[in-house]
Each structure stands twice: as structure tokens, then as C-alpha cells.
Design a protein around this ligand. Structure first.
Ligand code: B12
Ligand code: SF4
Length: 464
């Protein structure tokens, strides 16, 4: 079968991200002998021209659309990508009668609502490798296709239970048809996944919904083989996209030991949970090329950490930060301001803790994006912030009423008074233009590592 895979993601903030999900999908399809083409719209200058050219030349029998992001998750400068997706679907419909299949994390977060909203034939919820392949086989044989918990069909009732598919074992991606090099140059890195799943239950988080609560690790040898291939292609910086790189710690250590043994010439960074970072593990990580650590800290206030139901304590944040400082590894804390119970005092506590720790950077996000199926959704409904039938395919944010509408103002004032704070929603120390200028110097890795070197805080006053 001729299958066209389209990545609709055109977001370039904080950098263009290699469409890893589609590369995972490409592997089983190519192994089964299907003819695959990819249209990656990230760098397209003219979406309709590029898409139409491929549609006319390739004449696909089936089209798979990958929807990674619904919106930019950035309050108050929130942007929904749904119009772009609708446009891509319209172009496909005008040029071909081939069925359209949609999948990806963005789609899987609200599958029914998006299925109703978008003009598509099939929706695949969760990890697409196996379900997509089954669908292709069924269509090829001309079998009648029935809905299943992970497969939604046009003009058929939705399945009673909708459940994201989980691939096991996880086979590696096939990057042959993708522009790995372009992402390295414009985005500063390649990306790799070593496991899926998160067993924790932070109230706002979708990761356990997307990947399940049980951790499924890949074989260390397969991951290191993938790293070897990337390095061979010239990739010298990698981001581990795992929900938590250092959990389980024994797996992370085993992987690092293997990377050290294989003497890879590669640098990398990853999301890290403060609970499970030890000096020993960080030593191995550093030895294996780790240049930067991103902590999903959320808050410096003990009360807010408890409210978010984080799996760690303020003491873990302090201890793990000290380990990074001691071993001289760059680290940043991601903070979320405005969750349930946030007030002026808890904000102050977060700033105080960050002042005390003095990390390489602090990245602050304002408001909590409300996602279907999360505890945050239930809290928001019970407090009247949204209704049962609010369309969460669009960005709605929870902001603690105790802040009296002053969240942005409060964070702006405090963040501007500090050197290492990045606030994407207020464009403090981050704009697309700034990032693209810095990347021209062929700088690899996430750019938060550089924030302390800026002479003065750069901010674009809101509304200009
Ligand atoms: C790692 C990560 C990042 C890293 C990426 C680093 C890098 N170099 O790759 C960083 C921190 C930079 C980042 C940034 C952003 N991210 Co992010 N990120 C993730 C994370 C944790 C993993 C993504 C990943 O690579 N997964 C691995 C691949 C293999 O999985 P996958 O893409 O989901 O693909 C599978 C399925 O979805 C499906 N599938 C995919 N495509 C298709 C297509 C078809 C046809 C089918 C059938 C199936 C299918 O099958 C695939 C294989 O199993 C997810 C959360 C999560 N746990 O999924 C959020 C997530 C994708 N990010 C999200 C967002 C919003 C963003 C940002 C916009 C946030 C911001 N303002 O910075 C930016 C956008 C960046 C960009 N340019 O696009 C959201 C997207 C949903 C939404 N709210 O819109 C997610 C889901 C987190 C969330 N809040 O729920 N991100
Ligand atoms: S925030 Fe991190 S630890 Fe918490 S549920 Fe999400 S992925 Fe798991």
C-alpha cells in the first residue's frame, strides 16, 4: 500500500522537535513492505504547495496525520494549532479520496471531541505502531473494519471504552525518511526514547494517560544501538524524551554505564525527578555525556508541591540541586504558577527557594492547562472554572482565584528582577527571534543553559 505520513507540527518554540512518533510508526509499515512517504510540515514555506505536490505525485492509498500538539501550552500567549490541522485535512480532502487516519499525543488527549471536530475517517488513540498496522492490513484485504477501544471510525458509534493502545515490546523508530540533520541544525538536537509510562499522579499531568502508569523499558542494547546510529549520522546532542529519565534509577544507571562502555561521543539532557537522583547516578550520567538536567519541580512551596501531588518533597529538590551544583552539571527547574491553592505567599516561597538554590535557569509557566481525564479537570469543574461540556480541545487554564487576576503581573515583576528566569508566556528571556539568532551560532542543546550569560533580561512588553 502507498501510505503518506504527515507531521502537522509547525511549532518552533522552544525549538523544532523531530517527529519521533511518526518515525516509530514508519518502522513496522516499512518492514511489512509498504511504500511510505513523509511530509513534514515543520519547515515548509508553503504548506498547500508542498502538500499538494506530494499528494499529486505520490497518489497515496492511505494518509496518516500525526497531531503532536493541540496548543502551545503557554498562558497568556496561548495559541491553538487546530486551525492549521483543519487546513491540512481540507487540502487532503480536496486532492484525494484516500482515507485519513489521525493519531498522536495531541489527538489522544481528546479523541472523541477531536473526531467530531475534524473531518477524518479513522482515529487511533495512544501508541499507533500496532493498531495502524492492523488497520492497514484490514483495509488491504478489504475486511470490514470495526471500532475498538483504540480505534474510532467515521459513521460508527464510538466504542464504549476508549483506551490508548500500548505497544509492547517497544520497537525502535525508523528515521530513514526524516530530516534528522535539519532538526539537529535548527533545533540543536536529536531525540530518543528509552521507555514509556509514568506511575505517578500529579493532578494536571497527561503523561500517565498517554503512556500508561506501568513503565515499559526498551532493551538497553537497542537504545545504545539507536544512539550509535544517530552519532554515525552526525548527531552530537540528544534529548531523552522519557517522562522521567531517572526512574527506575537502576535502568538509568545501566543505560549510562553502557553508554560509557561504548564511548559515545555525544552530549545529552533529559527530564529528571528530584526524588531519584543520587550523586552516584549523576556521576554515571555525567560520564555518559549528560550536560543538563531539567527538573519538573513545579513549585518551591511545600503546600503547592502537596497540592500538585508531586512524588517528592522540598528537601528532595534541595538535595538534588546540591548534587548538580557539586558535580557541576547545569540544571533548570520548571515551575508552574497558579494551581489550586496558589497565593501570593506560595509564589513568594517558590521565588525564595530558587534564589537559595541559584540553578542555571528557572523556566516558569503560568496557569495550568486543563486536560480531559485529569484530576485538574475534576477540580476545575467543581470550582466552576469550566463546565462538564467545555471543549478542552482548546486551551483553558486554571488560575487560582486567590491571586485576584494578578498572576502575570506578579511573576513579571519578580522574574524581571532576576537574571536566570525564563517566562515563555511573558516572553521574558525567550522569543522565537532570539532563539533563532542564537542557533545561527550552531549551538546545541536547550538554550536555557545560556540565560545566565545574557547581559540584561530581555523582555518584549506584552501587547507589542
Ligand atoms: C519530550 C517532550 C517535549 C520535549 C521535546 C524534546 C525533543 N527534542 O524531542 C520538549 C520539552 C522540548 C517539548 C516541547 C513542547 N511540548 Co512536549 N512533550 C514531550 C513528551 C514528554 C514526549 C514526546 C515524545 O517525543 N514522545 C515519544 C513519541 C514516540 O511518542 P508520540 O509522539 O506520542 O507518538 C506515538 C503516539 O502518539 C502515536 N502517534 C504519533 N503520531 C501518529 C500518527 C498516526 C497517524 C497514528 C495512528 C499514531 C500516531 O504513535 C506514536 C508511537 O507510539 C510529551 C508527553 C508525552 N508523554 O507524550 C509532551 C507533549 C507532546 N508536549 C506538549 C507540548 C504542548 C509541548 C510544547 C508546545 C510546550 C511548550 N510550550 O514548550 C512544546 C512544543 C515543541 C515543538 N516544537 O513541537 C504536549 C502536547 C499536547 C498539547 N497540550 O497540545 C504533550 C503531550 C505534553 C502535555 N502537556 O500533555 N516537549
Ligand atoms: S509530572 Fe512527571 S511525575 Fe508527575 S505524573 Fe507527570 S510525568 Fe509523572
Amino acid at each position: 500500500m502507498k501510505i503518506l505520513l504527515i507531521s502537522v507540527n509547525r511549532e518552533r518554540m522552544p525549538f523544532p522537535v523531530f517527529p519521533l512518533g511518526l518515525a516509530y510508526l514508519a518502522r513496522p509499515l516499512r518492514e511489512e513492505g509498504h511504500q511510505i512517504e513523509v511530509v513534514d510540515l515543520c519547515f515548509s514555506q508553503e504548506v498547500s504547495v508542498d502538500l499538494n505536490n506530494t499528494l499529486h505525485r505520490f497518489q497515496p492509498d492511505l494518509i496518516g496525520i500525526s497531531l503532536r500538539n493541540l496548543d502551545n501550552l503557554t498562558y497568556p500567549t496561548s495559541v491553538s494549532y487546530l486551525e492549521e490541522v483543519e487546513e491540512v485535512i481540507k487540502i487532503c480532502r480536496q486532492s484525494t479520496s484516500s482515507p485519513l487516519v489521525i493519531g498522536g499525543s495531541g489527538y489522544s488527549l481528546a479523541p472523541k471531541e477531536l473526531f467530531r471536530h475534524l473531518d477524518i475517517d479513522f482515529g487511533i488513540v495512544g501508541e499507533g505502531e500496532e493498531v495502524f498496522l492492523q488497520l492497514v492490513r484490514g483495509l488491504e484485504r478489504g475486511d470490514p473494519i470495526s471500532p475498538s477501544p483504540s480505534l474510532l471510525l467515521k459513521e460508527k458509534p464510538f466504542p464504549h471504552l476508549i483506551k490508548g493502545a500500548q505497544a509492547f515490546p517497544i520497537q525502535g523508530p525508523d528515521r530513514a525518511l526524516f530530516a534528522t540533520r535539519r532538526y539537529l541544525e535548527d533545533g540543536g538536537m536529536g531525540n530518543i526514547q528509552t521507555k514509556r509510562g509514568c506511575p505517578f499522579f500529579c493532578i494536571y499531568c497527561t503523561y500517565p494517560l498517554l503512556e500508561g502508569k506501568k513503565i515499559r523499558t526498551r532493551k538497553t542494547e537497542e537504545v545504545t544501538e539507536e544512539i550509535r546510529q544517530l552519532v554515525e549520522e552526525g548527531v552530537d546532542y540528544i534529548y531523552f524524551v522519557d517522562d522521567i529519565f531517572n526512574y527506575p534509577p537502576s535502568y538509568a544507571e545501566g543505560l549510562c554505564r553502557e553508554m560509557v562502555r561504548k564511548k559515545f561521543d555525544v552530549k545529552w539532557s533529559a527530564f529528571v525527578n528530584p526524588s531519584f537522583l543520587t550523586e552516584d547516578l549523576l556521576n554515571w550520567m555525567k560520564e555518559a555525556g549528560c550536560m543538563g538536567i531539567e527538573f519538573g519541580t513545579d513549585s518551591g512551596s511545600p503546600r503547592m508541591i502537596a497540592n500538585y501531588k508531586k512524588s517528592f518533597t522540598p528537601e528532595d529538590i534541595i538535595r538534588s540541586s546540591h548534587i548538580c551544583s557539586k558535580l557541576n552539571v547545569n540544571y533548570c527547574h520548571y515551575l508552574l504558577f497558579g494551581g489550586p491553592g496558589e497565593n501570593e505567599e506560595t509564589i513568594e516561597e517558590s521565588f525564595r527557594l530558587m534564589d537559595q538554590l541559584d540553578p542555571t535557569a528557572v523556566i516558569a509557566m503560568l496557569g495550568i492547562r486543563i486536560y480531559p481525564g485529569t484530576e485538574m479537570e475534576r477540580i476545575s469543574i467543581s470550582q466552576g472554572v469550566i463546565h462538564q461540556d467545555t471543549h478542552l480541545i482548546y486551551p483553558y487554564f486554571y488560575i487560582s482565584p486567590a491571586l485576584g487576576g494578578r498572576l502575570s503581573e506578579m511573576i513579571q515583576e519578580k522574574a524581571l528582577a532576576r537574571k536566570r528566569w525564563i517566562v515563555p508566556g511573558l516572553e521574558i528571556n525567550i522569543t522565537q527571534n532570539l532563539i533563532e539568532q542564537i542557533r545561527r551560532f550552531r549551538i546545541r542543546g536547550p538554550l536555557w543553559e545560556l540565560v545566565g550569560r545574557m547581559k540584561r533580561p530581555r523582555v518584549r512588553p506584552l501587547g507589542t
